[in-house]
Design a protein around this ligand. Structure first.
Ligand code: BG6
Length: 530
């Protein structure tokens, strides 16, 4: 089992300041972790590396076993080999001894999650390792499988008694999308709650595991200087962008039935809106934070069918040459319908009807095959009431607070300063903080934090069912109209550009535009690197 003393001696960047802070954290209880879909893309790229990062920091339980499941027959030894290769991909190559010790904690069980007859074998394996290694009954199930299988899994695990907490806790991490619209999310929830309790469920949105997303709360609620300005009296509008330079890659069949609104807006972007807009919670516990988040979602002003064409824009990337390389259009991607109407870009304007935000427009946009990968929120403050320094050199509307979620994580404040010399020429300048300065070069991956929290039973950064439902309820009219009303166009945009030009019309004031961010936080105003 994991030798944690030895882990503490590792000379790598995990041994930096983040690690020493983490060591003060409570180690999770002994437990069995079952990854359903243990050989899939998510498991290999995110879950297993996250478990390994926790292992290197001494943050895994004293005793644990990970059981990976998959449809194919495979020996445990072959699976351990896959685990070893999943954790040796990064730049920081671990020692062979370390990878072997970690991989030895893995077992493999061939089980098809859609086949009821396969569950007894899984149940036997869980019970066997518990007994063999005196782990006790605590069990975490990670559903890393297509959502179409969820109902089967909820029921079959329960049929095997694997939801029964008489001998230890049982928890389940459920990946998004949770439902496909409001109705389907309600039925999925109902089914889930017939076998499991809400406190056993951990609906994951990996954006909440990002350090910089959590830092929104710290920036807002640990500083006295921002909060007095954080409202309709001083904020002109809020803008959130999450852009990706990649296309749909190998996920065409998933993306076809999903689109940008379901894939990014319903979860990640609305959570960012929630963190930016929420009232101060009474404490930093799970219930208080999640209550405030739901209040924001419930205050989102419903978008009427008649205004959808005006306040929402959808787009789809078309083929284009980017830096000498031909990038194909969405409709030419693998497993995509050549006449597909699925959006790869979505932009929305909406309001939050409450005392803090009444009348302040929120603009959000997300897209694939945009010029760069960047996620950020921009708080645009109102200009001064009287313009003393007018003309070209004025700084109207230049006060912005940019919260950079990724990459080059940090915060940038923009304000006007006098250019030295005659007259009163004003220049917009940047004051920037880069998060890496605090983190000793290493910012933990979102999955690391979230899995660690679940192992410890902390659901603060997981989505509660009422939040999921409120988010679907808000987007349902848009989803319906986009699906059925052909008069709402899907605008094409060439790969490598900032989406359809039409998205600029969402911001009605002629002097305003979206911010066009760069990979580097402070380098704006430069057309972004691709
Ligand atoms: C996932 C979406 O939830 O988030 C993907 O399904 C998207 O389509 C990804 O690429 C973006 O995550 P990140 O952390 O790279 O911004």
């Amino acid at each position: 089992m994991a030798g944690t003393e030895q882990q503490a001696g590792n000379k790598n960047k995990y041994a930096g300041s983040y690690r020493s802070e983490c060591l003060q954290m409570k180690k999770p209880d002994n437990q069995v972790i079952v990854i359903l879909g243990g050989r899939g893309d998510l498991a290999v790229r995110k879950i297993i590396p996250a478990l390994f990062a926790l292992f290197r920091q001494g943050l895994m339980p004293e005793r644990f076993v990970v059981i990976g499941t998959g449809r194919s027959q495979l020996s445990t030894e072959a699976y351990r080999q896959e685990v070893r290769s999943a954790i040796t991909k990064g730049a920081d190559v671990p020692s062979q001894e370390e990878t072997s010790r970690f991989a030895s904690c893995f077992r493999y069980v061939a089980a098809d999650p859609s086949v009821t007859e396969d569950y007894p074998a899984l149940s036997d394996a869980v019970r066997m390792v518990r007994g063999e290694l005196e782990i006790g009954g605590n069990t975490l199930f990670y559903l890393s499988v297509p959502p179409g299988l969820y109902d089967k899994i909820f029921q079959n695990l329960a049929l095997q008694g694997l939801n029964d907490e008489h001998d230890g806790w049982k928890r389940m991490i459920i990946e998004k999308p949770f439902g496909n619209d409001y109705e389907s999310a309600v039925s999925l929830n109902r089914l889930l709650l017939t076998h499991w309790n809400e406190n056993q469920l951990f609906r994951i949105d990996h954006y909440l595991g990002k350090e910089t997303v959590q830092n929104i709360l710290v920036t807002r609620f640990s500083n006295g200087i921002f909060e007095p300005l954080w409202n309709r009296n001083y904020v002109h509008h809020v803008e959130i962008t999450s852009s990706e330079s990649l296309g749909v890659e190998k996920r065409g069949s998933y993306y076809e039935g999903t689109g940008a609104l379901r894939d990014m807006v319903q979860n990640h972007l609305l959570h960012l809106v929630g963190f930016i807009a929420m009232e101060p919670p009474s404490s930093i516990d799970s219930t208080s934070i999640r209550n405030e988040l739901v209040k924001v979602f419930e205050s989102l002003r419903p978008i009427n069918d008649e205004e959808i064409g005006k306040v929402t824009i959808r787009g789809q990337y078309t083929g284009s040459h980017v830096r000498g390389e031909w990038l194909c259009g969405y409709r030419e991607e693998e497993n995509v319908d050549p006449a597909s109407m699925t959006e790869t870009f979505a932009a929305l304007k909406f309001y939050i009807d409450n005392w803090r935000w009444g009348g302040v427009p929120f603009y959000i946009r997300t897209g694939k095959r945009l010029p760069t990968r960047v996620t950020e929120a921009v708080i645009h403050f109102k200009p001064t009431p009287h313009h003393l320094f007018s003309g070209d050199s004025s700084c109207d509307g230049c006060n912005q607070l940019i919260i950079r979620i990724q990459p080059d994580e940090g915060i940038l404040l923009k304000f006007g300063m006098k250019i030295p010399g005659a007259g009163f020429k004003v220049r917009n300048v940047n004051m920037d903080f880069h998060y890496s300065d605090l983190a000793d070069g290493r910012i933990p991956e979102a999955y690391e934090r979230l899995i660690f929290d679940c192992m410890n039973g902390d659901s603060t950064l997981y989505t509660r069912s009422d939040a999921v439902l409120a988010a679907w309820k808000f987007l349902d009219p848009v989803l319906r109209t986009w699906a059925h009303d052909r008069s709402v166009p899907v605008y094409g945009y060439p790969a490598g550009t900032w989406g359809p030009d039409k998205a600029d019309d969402l911001i009605e004031e002629p002097e305003l535009t979206w911010r066009y961010p760069c990979k580097n936080l402070a380098d704006d105003g430069v057309y972004c690197e691709l």
